[in-house]
Design a binder for this molecule. Sequence first.
Ligand code: MCN
Length: 753
Amino acid sequence: MDDIALPRMLSVAFVRSPHAHAAIRSVAAEAALALDGVAAVFTAAEVGRVARPLVARLESDGFIPTPWPPLADGVARFCGEAVAAVVAESAYVAADARQLVAVDYEPRPAVASLDGGLAGERILFRRDYRRGDVDGAFATAAIVLRETFEHGRCAPSPIEPRGVVADWDGDTLSVWASTQTPSIMRAALARALDLPEARVRVQVPDVGGGFGLKMHVFPEDVAVAAIARLTGRPVKWVEERRENLAAASQARAQRMEVEVAAAADGTLLALRARAISDGGAYHVYPLTGALEPLGSVAILPGPYRTPVYAYEAVTVATNKPPLGAYRGVGMTMGAFVMERLLDTLAARLGIDPAEIRRRNLIPRDAYPFVSASGMTYDSGDFHGALEQVLAAAGYEALRCQQQAARAEGRLVGVGLACYTEYTGMGAEVFRRRGMADVSGIEGATVTMDPDGTVGCLTSFPSQGQGHATTIAQLLADRLGVPLDRIRVEPVDTRAAPRGSGTFGSRGAVAMLGTAAAAADQVRTKLQALAAHLLEASPADVVLDAGRAHVRGVPDRAIGLAEIARLAWAPPLGGLPSGLPPGLEATVYFDPPGPTFSGAVHLALVEVDRETGRVEVRRYALVEDCGPVINPTIVDGQIHGAVAQGLGEALLEGVVYDSDGQLLTGTLMDYALPKADGVPPFEIGHLETPSPVTPAGVKGMGEGGTIGAPAAIANAVADAVRALGVTITRLPISAEYLANRIFQKGADRRTEVT
Ligand code: MCN
């Protein structure tokens, strides 16, 4: 984003609240305005004249909306919330001037913890669910386990932070944004600035990662658009890393109290869960803070047969940044809890963790299967995936090595995790969830120009998932055009069809339903025209290497460019068979999913008993996303997502003190995984095509972050079980683990003396 430079462009820097909760008595801008190069300082009052707050909606009982103004209006509700905006000739002047803005705050008590939010009954969302006779199942079960699990706050941390450029030319608001959801952003900005959608244009340049963070529209986006309108000049804001860690949406931040009932042989009978998320000060647009706990409880039963289930999902308000999407939203916690429970159950029964899973996984022939939370799993083969990963990793041998290592006093553990993941969702899912501002559809336009080159516009931009590559591959296959003659354009809402965007691992399903389907329409027309020119039947026309030829007669051929020229400039008498001119198709698609993909992960770890440092020695997995479109991209997605999951499992935690002050404001304090801590990956594939999606394809971009924390947590738990240490929280930081190991040792020594 920072590369975008427009004539007369100004830069914006936000003045941010140093308090987690404070009344804003006044903002004095004189000193800042006196600095050379400063054009203006805006507060809530000025910006409020042209822009309304963002209001995330969930059409559901138990949801309390929280309008989020572009600049804090009278009250700052978290440390880092934007209070005023300085506009200057350069980003450096704006940053200097920011220091000179004097805000008079009246600090108020802050709610800095989930328990504080609960105690104050600050409920942003609540939902209950019950399926079957849960109480009866618990009353008669041979085994009942109870546990409370915690997941700390995460910062999604894309390499490129947020950024937006806005320009108002008196008629149209042009916006360049680092976003996953251009259509949603256009609609939100149009509503906030009271403009028709047609007068808002959102363009998405290359995006340096999003990981769910950039599916949101933030108050800063609205403020920058409003400032462009108020100043009549283009304005740019590129987020600094400290702002990203302090003021962008964060993720996870959940506690789950859970009970599981099982038969004497370990067969799962019932689940009860209460998921509570620390939602921060506002619902983020358009996701809301409800989706984290809801996603967790929805996916908790996992790929296992659990007959009956009851849950409560709650989000409480605290004086922190809002809770938003992050790769695997909700599902990471659900998988972590379920997989920890299964290992605890296996230990209780004295059976192997693989065996407890064999006893409970849904068999392949039981699909489609309605889960205990009421979702229809379309296909899967978890028994197959489990056996495949056990064989690939040499599970029996690993257990022997573990015994040998233990005999030497080393803490080595093996962890398994099976998860299923909802992907490729369409309108029905979003309507059922009550997500009023996510349409759920996608669109693509495919055009063959008169020179035979192919262009594609879609509604769902890429943030590193390689969409341009996979879409080009699909188009090349369908149109018989070499890859270098295909251009997948960056998203520009003025030209591209309307849609929702890239999130929820919907891209693969969407590209087959839109771009590939549009290409099929173009192909049909190419074949019809070629059939006429080659005097053959359309069914006998083969498109290949930029030409159309008659099947079995490669010499009876015509160049696709020649056909395309004809289509765009019909000859005397028009196109054959009365075909309309042009060689272009736009297809809108409502994904019929969700389709459920999944994987089985296996981690081998060693724990340093003095420092608590965990080293992941081996990492093997077998994944199932149906037929793979591009194997290199799928493996790359797994590498990135598992690395992120490893960070989430062992390193990453946003920390606030009891006043709501952020203690992890730099990447020195908020520890991301580094290449030297990530093991090589051993990846296997298994395909159970979806019966509901085009070509049976399922999404997979989030999978690694769902499976890895669970597998690594189980491996660490396995390594330290003999010391009496249990693992019930993420991240399992070295400090935390070392303290737990030390404490257990101290407890034992006390018992002995
Ligand atoms: N793919 C494939 N065959 C399949 C399934 C997928 O070849 N059977 C390919 C797709 O064509 C696509 C990629 O794998 O190029 C991911 O597809 P999919 O699982 O449908 O996910 P999306 O394209 O919708 O991407 C979103 C997903 C999410 S939700 C997050 S968050 C995420 C992620 O992907 N953020 C990312 N991966 C990321 N990768 C990068 N580099 N940066 C991010 O911000």
